[in-house]
Design a protein. Sequence first.
Length: 93
Amino acid sequence: MSTLPKKEEALAVEVSCTGDELTVLLADGRKVSAPVAWFPRLLAATRKQRVDWELIGGGIGIHWESIDEDISVAENFKIDVALIVQGRFSDTE
């Protein structure tokens, strides 16, 4: 039985971007957001360009082809990596 923590990545499943805010829905149900001002290319982009995103790396990042922008979910939203403990702890072991 392993009691070592296993690192889980923060994975995006949905993205929305307004003129003011970039919001990301994570696979675990959390929603994180940041001001668009943090991302100069998104800030300068048109509405059409902002909604034309794709997930990369299975959700570890977001890519906007028309403005050549890539955003790492964990790094740019300062998401702590969740630790999941496998197995059980027992006083009798």
